[in-house]
Write a protein that binds this ligand. Sequence first.
Ligand code: SF4
Length: 251
Amino acid sequence: MLDYNHRPKFHEQVTAVIDEALARERTAQAPRLYLGASRLGAACERALQYEYAQAAVDPGRELPGRVLRVFEVGHALEELAIRWLRLAGFDLYTRKANDEQFGFAAAGGRIQGHVDGILANGPASLELAYPALWECKTMNDKSWRETVKHGVARAKPIYAAQIAVYQAYMEAHVPGISRHPALFTAINKDTQELWFELVPFDGGLAQRMSDRAVRVITATEAGELLPRHATTPTHVTCKSCPWQDRCWGSA
Ligand code: SF4
Protein backbone atom coordinates (compact mmCIF):
# COMPACT_ATOMS: atom_id res chain seq x y z
CA MET A 1 0.00 0.00 0.00
CA LEU A 2 1.31 3.47 -0.82
CA ASP A 3 2.39 5.49 2.17
CA TYR A 4 1.22 9.04 1.42
CA ASN A 5 2.47 10.23 4.78
CA HIS A 6 6.08 9.19 4.17
CA ARG A 7 8.37 12.09 4.84
CA PRO A 8 12.05 11.71 4.02
CA LYS A 9 14.12 10.97 7.07
CA PHE A 10 17.11 13.17 7.83
CA HIS A 11 19.66 10.81 6.26
CA GLU A 12 17.49 10.57 3.15
CA GLN A 13 17.34 14.36 2.84
CA VAL A 14 21.12 14.73 3.08
CA THR A 15 21.68 11.86 0.64
CA ALA A 16 19.21 13.45 -1.77
CA VAL A 17 21.09 16.77 -1.88
CA ILE A 18 24.36 14.90 -2.45
CA ASP A 19 22.85 12.83 -5.23
CA GLU A 20 21.37 15.91 -6.89
CA ALA A 21 24.83 17.52 -6.82
CA LEU A 22 26.41 14.39 -8.32
CA ALA A 23 23.76 14.30 -11.04
CA ARG A 24 24.38 17.98 -11.85
CA GLU A 25 28.10 17.36 -12.01
CA ARG A 26 27.59 14.43 -14.37
CA THR A 27 25.25 16.41 -16.62
CA ALA A 28 27.85 19.19 -16.89
CA GLN A 29 30.54 16.79 -18.08
CA ALA A 30 31.43 16.80 -21.77
CA PRO A 31 29.69 13.94 -23.57
CA ARG A 32 31.84 11.01 -24.66
CA LEU A 33 31.99 11.13 -28.44
CA TYR A 34 33.63 7.77 -28.98
CA LEU A 35 32.94 4.11 -28.41
CA GLY A 36 34.63 3.11 -25.18
CA ALA A 37 36.88 0.09 -25.72
CA SER A 38 36.10 -1.02 -22.17
CA ARG A 39 32.49 -1.58 -23.25
CA LEU A 40 33.07 -3.73 -26.32
CA GLY A 41 32.35 -6.97 -24.49
CA ALA A 42 28.86 -5.80 -23.47
CA ALA A 43 26.12 -8.30 -24.22
CA CYS A 44 24.13 -6.27 -26.76
CA GLU A 45 25.47 -4.58 -29.88
CA ARG A 46 22.36 -2.45 -30.22
CA ALA A 47 22.89 -1.11 -26.70
CA LEU A 48 26.46 -0.28 -27.72
CA GLN A 49 25.02 1.67 -30.64
CA TYR A 50 22.77 3.70 -28.34
CA GLU A 51 25.74 4.33 -26.09
CA TYR A 52 27.96 5.41 -28.98
CA ALA A 53 25.25 7.63 -30.44
CA GLN A 54 24.63 9.23 -27.01
CA ALA A 55 20.95 8.34 -27.33
CA ALA A 56 18.91 9.70 -24.45
CA VAL A 57 18.02 6.98 -21.96
CA ASP A 58 14.35 6.20 -21.29
CA PRO A 59 12.65 8.63 -18.89
CA GLY A 60 13.46 7.68 -15.32
CA ARG A 61 16.36 5.43 -16.35
CA GLU A 62 19.12 7.92 -15.59
CA LEU A 63 21.86 6.54 -13.37
CA PRO A 64 20.73 6.94 -9.76
CA GLY A 65 22.92 8.74 -7.24
CA ARG A 66 23.78 5.50 -5.52
CA VAL A 67 25.34 4.12 -8.71
CA LEU A 68 27.28 7.36 -9.25
CA ARG A 69 28.62 6.91 -5.71
CA VAL A 70 29.52 3.28 -6.48
CA PHE A 71 31.61 4.54 -9.44
CA GLU A 72 33.46 7.02 -7.24
CA VAL A 73 34.13 4.46 -4.52
CA GLY A 74 35.60 2.23 -7.24
CA HIS A 75 37.96 5.00 -8.35
CA ALA A 76 39.01 5.68 -4.76
CA LEU A 77 39.74 2.01 -4.14
CA GLU A 78 41.72 1.81 -7.37
CA GLU A 79 43.96 4.60 -6.05
CA LEU A 80 44.53 2.48 -2.94
CA ALA A 81 45.44 -0.54 -5.04
CA ILE A 82 47.99 1.61 -6.91
CA ARG A 83 49.50 2.63 -3.58
CA TRP A 84 49.64 -0.95 -2.33
CA LEU A 85 51.30 -2.26 -5.48
CA ARG A 86 53.88 0.51 -5.49
CA LEU A 87 54.56 -0.01 -1.80
CA ALA A 88 55.19 -3.68 -2.57
CA GLY A 89 57.79 -2.75 -5.15
CA PHE A 90 55.87 -2.67 -8.42
CA ASP A 91 56.92 -0.01 -10.92
CA LEU A 92 53.44 1.00 -11.95
CA TYR A 93 52.69 3.88 -14.30
CA THR A 94 49.15 5.21 -14.30
CA ARG A 95 49.43 8.75 -15.67
CA LYS A 96 51.56 10.65 -18.14
CA ALA A 97 53.53 13.77 -17.18
CA ASN A 98 50.48 15.88 -18.16
CA ASP A 99 48.33 13.79 -15.73
CA GLU A 100 46.38 12.13 -18.55
CA GLN A 101 45.77 8.39 -18.37
CA PHE A 102 47.65 6.17 -20.80
CA GLY A 103 45.43 5.08 -23.60
CA PHE A 104 44.84 4.74 -27.31
CA ALA A 105 42.56 5.86 -30.10
CA ALA A 106 41.65 3.96 -33.24
CA ALA A 107 39.32 4.35 -36.22
CA GLY A 108 39.92 8.07 -36.40
CA GLY A 109 39.29 8.51 -32.68
CA ARG A 110 35.94 6.72 -32.80
CA ILE A 111 37.27 3.96 -30.54
CA GLN A 112 39.19 4.98 -27.46
CA GLY A 113 40.41 3.32 -24.31
CA HIS A 114 42.18 4.46 -21.17
CA VAL A 115 44.19 1.92 -19.24
CA ASP A 116 44.41 1.69 -15.47
CA GLY A 117 48.15 1.25 -15.58
CA ILE A 118 51.27 -0.22 -17.09
CA LEU A 119 53.65 -2.32 -15.04
CA ALA A 120 57.28 -1.76 -15.96
CA ASN A 121 58.82 -3.88 -13.22
CA GLY A 122 58.00 -5.59 -9.95
CA PRO A 123 59.25 -7.81 -7.14
CA ALA A 124 61.70 -10.33 -8.57
CA SER A 125 60.25 -13.13 -6.46
CA LEU A 126 57.00 -13.06 -8.51
CA GLU A 127 58.84 -13.66 -11.79
CA LEU A 128 56.42 -11.65 -13.92
CA ALA A 129 57.25 -10.40 -17.41
CA TYR A 130 57.19 -6.70 -18.24
CA PRO A 131 55.82 -4.48 -19.62
CA ALA A 132 52.38 -5.71 -18.60
CA LEU A 133 48.93 -4.17 -18.64
CA TRP A 134 47.37 -3.57 -15.23
CA GLU A 135 43.59 -3.58 -14.97
CA CYS A 136 41.78 -3.07 -11.67
CA LYS A 137 38.11 -3.63 -10.76
CA THR A 138 36.18 -3.39 -7.52
CA MET A 139 33.38 -5.86 -6.80
CA ASN A 140 30.90 -6.80 -4.15
CA ASP A 141 31.52 -10.02 -2.28
CA LYS A 142 29.32 -12.23 -4.49
CA SER A 143 30.82 -10.98 -7.71
CA TRP A 144 34.36 -11.17 -6.35
CA ARG A 145 33.89 -14.79 -5.22
CA GLU A 146 32.54 -15.77 -8.65
CA THR A 147 35.61 -14.20 -10.24
CA VAL A 148 37.94 -16.04 -7.87
CA LYS A 149 36.12 -19.31 -8.51
CA HIS A 150 35.86 -19.17 -12.30
CA GLY A 151 38.52 -16.67 -13.37
CA VAL A 152 37.90 -13.36 -15.12
CA ALA A 153 37.34 -14.79 -18.63
CA ARG A 154 34.38 -16.90 -17.52
CA ALA A 155 33.01 -14.83 -14.64
CA LYS A 156 33.42 -11.39 -16.23
CA PRO A 157 33.76 -11.75 -20.02
CA ILE A 158 33.30 -8.00 -20.48
CA TYR A 159 36.48 -7.39 -18.48
CA ALA A 160 38.35 -10.13 -20.35
CA ALA A 161 37.33 -8.47 -23.63
CA GLN A 162 38.52 -5.11 -22.34
CA ILE A 163 41.90 -6.55 -21.35
CA ALA A 164 42.38 -8.25 -24.75
CA VAL A 165 41.46 -5.09 -26.67
CA TYR A 166 43.69 -2.91 -24.50
CA GLN A 167 46.64 -5.30 -24.89
CA ALA A 168 46.17 -5.27 -28.65
CA TYR A 169 45.80 -1.52 -29.10
CA MET A 170 48.48 -0.59 -26.55
CA GLU A 171 51.10 -2.68 -28.33
CA ALA A 172 51.83 0.22 -30.70
CA HIS A 173 52.50 2.51 -27.72
CA VAL A 174 54.18 0.03 -25.36
CA PRO A 175 55.95 -2.62 -27.44
CA GLY A 176 55.83 -6.03 -25.78
CA ILE A 177 52.72 -5.39 -23.69
CA SER A 178 50.68 -7.97 -25.62
CA ARG A 179 53.40 -10.60 -25.30
CA HIS A 180 53.13 -10.61 -21.51
CA PRO A 181 50.11 -11.56 -19.43
CA ALA A 182 48.12 -8.64 -17.99
CA LEU A 183 47.79 -8.41 -14.23
CA PHE A 184 44.08 -8.33 -13.44
CA THR A 185 43.26 -7.09 -9.95
CA ALA A 186 39.89 -7.35 -8.22
CA ILE A 187 39.21 -5.74 -4.86
CA ASN A 188 36.44 -7.16 -2.70
CA LYS A 189 34.58 -4.04 -1.53
CA ASP A 190 33.02 -5.88 1.39
CA THR A 191 36.09 -7.61 2.81
CA GLN A 192 39.07 -5.84 1.18
CA GLU A 193 40.33 -9.23 -0.02
CA LEU A 194 42.44 -9.05 -3.18
CA TRP A 195 42.39 -11.23 -6.27
CA PHE A 196 45.23 -11.21 -8.78
CA GLU A 197 45.12 -13.10 -12.03
CA LEU A 198 47.56 -13.23 -14.92
CA VAL A 199 45.66 -12.93 -18.21
CA PRO A 200 47.57 -13.97 -21.35
CA PHE A 201 46.77 -12.08 -24.53
CA ASP A 202 43.81 -13.58 -26.39
CA GLY A 203 44.32 -12.37 -29.94
CA GLY A 204 41.14 -14.00 -31.23
CA LEU A 205 39.04 -12.22 -28.62
CA ALA A 206 40.73 -8.89 -29.37
CA GLN A 207 39.98 -9.35 -33.08
CA ARG A 208 36.33 -10.26 -32.45
CA MET A 209 35.90 -7.18 -30.27
CA SER A 210 37.63 -4.96 -32.79
CA ASP A 211 35.33 -6.30 -35.54
CA ARG A 212 32.41 -5.65 -33.24
CA ALA A 213 33.47 -2.04 -32.75
CA VAL A 214 33.65 -1.53 -36.50
CA ARG A 215 30.20 -3.10 -36.89
CA VAL A 216 28.68 -0.84 -34.23
CA ILE A 217 30.27 2.32 -35.62
CA THR A 218 29.50 1.54 -39.25
CA ALA A 219 25.86 0.69 -38.58
CA THR A 220 25.33 3.71 -36.35
CA GLU A 221 26.81 6.11 -38.86
CA ALA A 222 24.66 4.54 -41.59
CA GLY A 223 21.55 5.02 -39.41
CA GLU A 224 20.93 1.29 -39.13
CA LEU A 225 20.02 -0.59 -35.99
CA LEU A 226 21.86 -3.83 -35.30
CA PRO A 227 19.86 -6.87 -34.16
CA ARG A 228 18.73 -7.05 -30.57
CA HIS A 229 20.57 -9.26 -28.15
CA ALA A 230 17.30 -10.84 -26.99
CA THR A 231 13.94 -11.91 -28.38
CA THR A 232 11.86 -10.47 -25.56
CA PRO A 233 11.99 -7.17 -23.63
CA THR A 234 11.75 -9.17 -20.41
CA HIS A 235 15.17 -10.72 -21.02
CA VAL A 236 17.40 -10.05 -18.02
CA THR A 237 19.77 -7.88 -20.09
CA CYS A 238 16.90 -5.79 -21.45
CA LYS A 239 15.33 -5.31 -18.03
CA SER A 240 18.44 -3.49 -16.88
CA CYS A 241 18.99 -1.67 -20.18
CA PRO A 242 18.34 2.09 -19.99
CA TRP A 243 17.09 2.07 -23.62
CA GLN A 244 14.55 -0.72 -23.15
CA ASP A 245 11.53 1.40 -24.20
CA ARG A 246 13.40 3.06 -27.06
CA CYS A 247 14.49 -0.34 -28.33
CA TRP A 248 11.28 -2.30 -27.97
CA GLY A 249 8.87 0.58 -28.44
CA SER A 250 9.66 0.57 -32.15
CA ALA A 251 9.22 -3.22 -32.43
S1 SF4 B 1 16.60 -3.43 -24.65
FE1 SF4 B 1 17.73 -5.36 -24.87
S2 SF4 B 1 17.94 -5.69 -27.08
FE2 SF4 B 1 17.36 -3.53 -26.76
S3 SF4 B 1 19.27 -2.39 -26.71
FE3 SF4 B 1 18.78 -2.90 -24.59
S4 SF4 B 1 19.82 -4.85 -24.20
FE4 SF4 B 1 19.76 -4.57 -26.41
